[in-house]
Write a new protein. Structure first.
Length: 270
């Protein structure tokens, strides 16, 4: 069952918790490096100030993701549907999504590794890989996702893709960044492109309308590829997708749109 705790409680006692949602844990991709394995599902931070009296209600959604996690693509699609549902229920609410990079496999070499052998080693057998892929494909169908795992040859290091997403946030529009993230997910999981390849990143970014000269400079600057900017909350994220709503509530896993709307409404109300 998901847990609900404040960040202070997390630091003091990982066992201090109260239920936020019922229905069991949803699928997610867990960290494979040495980060705290803490589930945070109700948070108190100072990063989000309450809406001032008389102002339109607002909702800030932080979405932690990695491009090589299929559940993150499913979660992103669910979030899009949930935002449409919320707009029907509460058209007065102003919604903003902050895309938070969370690299699951930072130790993958820059050129990537062979995809199939990597997952056989990770899951223990080819049969386990087949079962996991079938589970993901079944979950992706309602979200309109046709995963093509058989096309993927490379498990990439995603640092360059994440840095490109951050660059898009700083140099493009919110819509362009969202489109870029969706495009990179599709490139990897539906077409099998190597999203660690700078030429793939450049082509995808240009197709989203991002400015060519600045993009080329960013991709050519090796200093930009040496790490990703991390949110302060990232140390408490044990797996992705991970959602934080108005700095108050958080859920981990690919929950359905209806559940996301439920938590959105709770977060708006206080």
């Amino acid at each position: 069952m998901p847990w609900g705790v404040t960040f202070g409680q997390v630091l003091r006692d990982f066992a201090s918790a109260r239920p936020l949602l019922t229905g069991g844990r949803r699928p997610c991709c867990v960290n494979y490096h040495n980060s705290p394995q803490t589930r945070v599902d109700s948070v108190n931070t100072s990063n989000h100030s309450p809406t001032s009296e008389g102002a339109a209600p607002s909702l800030v959604i932080e979405y932690f993701f990695d491009f090589v996690c299929p559940w993150c693509l499913i979660g992103k699609r669910h979030l899009r549907i949930a935002m449409i549902l919320l707009a029907d229920l509460r058209p007065d609410v102003q919604v903003r999504v902050l895309w938070r990079s969370h690299q699951l496999l930072p130790d993958i070499p820059p050129g990537g590794v062979s995809y199939q052998p990597f997952y056989i080693a990770r899951l223990g057998s080819a049969e386990a890989v087949v079962r996991r892929r079938a589970e993901v494909q079944q979950a992706g169908n309602p979200a309109g996702i046709q995963f093509a795992f058989e096309r993927i040859e490379v498990m990439p290091n995603t640092v360059a893709a994440h840095n490109l997403s951050t660059w898009a946030a700083e140099n493009g529009t919110e819509a362009q960044q969202s489109a870029l993230i969706e495009s990179l997910f599709a490139a990897y999981f539906m077409i099998g492109e190597d999203i660690g390849d700078p030429s793939v990143l450049q082509r995808r970014a240009l197709a989203c309308g991002l400015e060519a000269e600045g993009l080329q400079k960013h991709l050519a600057d090796s200093d930009e590829q040496n790490g990703i900017m991390r949110s302060p909350q990232a140390d408490y994220v044990s797996g992705v997708p991970f959602f934080v709503f108005n700095g108050k509530h958080a859920i981990s896993g690919a929950y359905p749109p209806e559940t996301l709307v439920q938590v959105m409404l709770q977060s708006i109300q206080g």
